[in-house]
Design a protein around this ligand. Structure first.
Ligand code: MN
Length: 497
């Protein structure tokens, strides 16, 4: 469906929550507004702009999100690219939808100020913190990025490279942090294709050949196992052959001298059963049918991976002695592995590359107690809500780093501040000269007092005057940062000398 034209019916068909008339109306109304607002606009690929909004909404629906998030997904480019304002969206769809649309718009506004790639990624990372006071904003952004990656070929080559790199280094790790394995794998593959086309072609070709070679015995193993499981009284919900994500396979092959014969989970079978005891019964039946490889049985059900992943993995000698990996899990585990929950993402995963310390934390580093409190809270909510992850996701408001806020310069640079920081603190953070010359400030375009308390995500504009070279002594009473304080004190200390 990636590059196909879709309609709002496709989005509604993929709704994972119960389709009430209220939810359907909300989604249809959001579509109507987006369609009218974007009418006549086309993308670089030539397709109607509304297709991008629809695909974004479809991706959101597939992740199990509910109607408000889907509505915000449909409207996510409206304030930025059309004549319809955020106020109109709020009037029609309420504060929550408007807040999400605004968050996505702000995320999209960040611009590279320096030329260094690292500075850019740093900014982007902070940006995510700023906007992630509502996790749904990040989900919408991931859905938006997914469609942009799927249609990346329409853009000029340099732009393709920049966006693909950003996807690999920032967006895929974020999806991984959120436990959204399916989106993470998909984004990595799309980025891989643009960043390293030669190896991408090599890997996908190899995979295709291997799959064709092995299709016959894979089909036979699926058939035979299914028969035995039925005889054993297991209610198999799904059983199917699967291949690895190309980028993941490439990473694994690099570890094994690019020798594909050394990869044992190249092709596999996934078996979905109703509950945990059925998982272990299934493992017994699989091993009774096919001999397992020694040392290749992994029980991630009793010992989940740090990001919460649960499943049983075993590698067997299948038909004709061919090696096949078998994964056994419940449908809930399967849904979690693909579309994840945020509760476990606090723990660092092992990651190679430049952003290993992504989100300020070194790998395997212990989590400070203060932050753990809200993780515990999240887990509690999750337990209360039981199995319904979508319910959990929808109500989830994560406040990353409670004592920090992030504000933006009109150029899109991110300024990190303590809570209750004022425009004076902001000005000194930008530059001491700007601090000294401050005469006034605007927050989100409106004039504010100099002791105004900046809110997370606001754009702050500092008004300065050339004649005004000295800070006011009064400022020391209300500034929050030691940086501002010491600058003010220094100005008067120098004078006293
Ligand atoms: Mn977009």
């Amino acid at each position: 469906m990636e590059n196909q034209e879709i309609t709002i019916e496709d989005v509604l068909k993929n709704l994972k929550v119960v389709k009430t008339s209220h939810r359907e109306a909300l989604i249809r109304n959001a579509y109507a507004m987006a369609e009218e607002a974007h009418r006549g606009q086309t993308r670089k690929s030539g397709e109607a702009y509304i297709q991008h909004a629809l695909h974004t909404a479809l991706n959101i629906a597939k992740m199990g999100m509910r109607s408000k998030t889907i509505a915000a997904g449909l409207l996510h480019d409206v304030p930025e690219d059309t004549a319809v304002t955020l106020e109109t969206i709020e009037e029609k769809f309420g504060k929550e939808v408007a807040f999400m649309v605004d968050g996505v718009t702000k995320l999209g506004k960040i611009r590279l100020r320096g030329t260094k790639e690292e500075l850019y990624l740093e900014n982007l990372r902070k940006m995510f913190f700023a906007m992630a006071s509502d996790i749904r904003v990040v989900i919408i952004k991931l859905a938006d990025r997914t469609h942009n990656m799927e249609t990346l070929s329409a853009l000029p080559p340099e732009k393709q490279q920049r966006i693909a790199l950003e996807t690999m280094e920032v967006f895929a790790p974020i999806a991984n942090r959120l436990g959204i394995g399916e989106i993470k794998g998909h984004l990595e593959d799309l980025a891989f294709k643009h960043l390293d086309p030669q190896n991408y072609i090599l890997i996908t070709q190899l995979q295709k050949e291997k799959y064709e070679q092995s299709k016959q015995y894979l089909d036979k193993a699926v058939w035979d196992l299914n028969q035995d499981l039925l005889k054993g009284g297991i209610k198999v919900e799904k059983i199917f052959g699967r291949t690895k994500h190309p980028y993941r396979l490439f990473q694994k092959m690099k570890k094994h001298d690019m020798n594909i014969e050394k990869i044992y989970d190249l092709i596999g079978i996934r078996i979905i059963v109703p509950n945990i005891s059925a998982c272990y019964e299934t493992l017994g039946i699989v091993h009774n049918k096919y001999r397992p490889l020694v040392g290749r049985i992994k029980d991630y059900i009793s010992l989940p991976k740090p990001n919460g992943y649960q499943s049983i993995h075993t590698t067997i000698f299948g038909p004709e002695g061919k090696i096949i990996e078998v994964q056994i899990r419940t449908s809930q585990m399967d849904a979690e592995a693909e579309f994840g929950i945020a509760a476990h993402w606090i723990y660092s995963e092992k990651r190679h590359g430049s952003l290993r310390n992504f989100f300020f934390r070194k790998k395997e580093q212990a989590v400070p107690e203060k932050e753990l409190a809200w993780v515990k809270q999240l887990r509690e909510w999750q337990n209360e809500l039981g199995k319904d992850n979508s319910e959990f996701m929808e109500g989830l408001k994560i406040e990353f780093f409670k004592n920090h806020i992030f504000a933006f310069t009109p150029m899109g640079e991110v300024i990190e501040l303590p809570e209750d920081a004022t425009p004076i603190d902001f000005a000194y953070k930008v530059h001491s000269e700007i601090g000294n010359r401050t005469t006034g400030a605007k927050a989100d375009g409106k004039m504010v007092k100099l002791d105004y308390k900046i809110r997370n995500g606001q754009v702050i504009e500092i008004l300065t005057s050339r004649d005004h070279k000295k800070p006011s002594r009064d400022w020391a009473r209300f500034v929050r940062t030691s940086l501002a304080k010491s600058n003010i004190e220094r100005a008067y200390r120098d004078e006293n000398k």
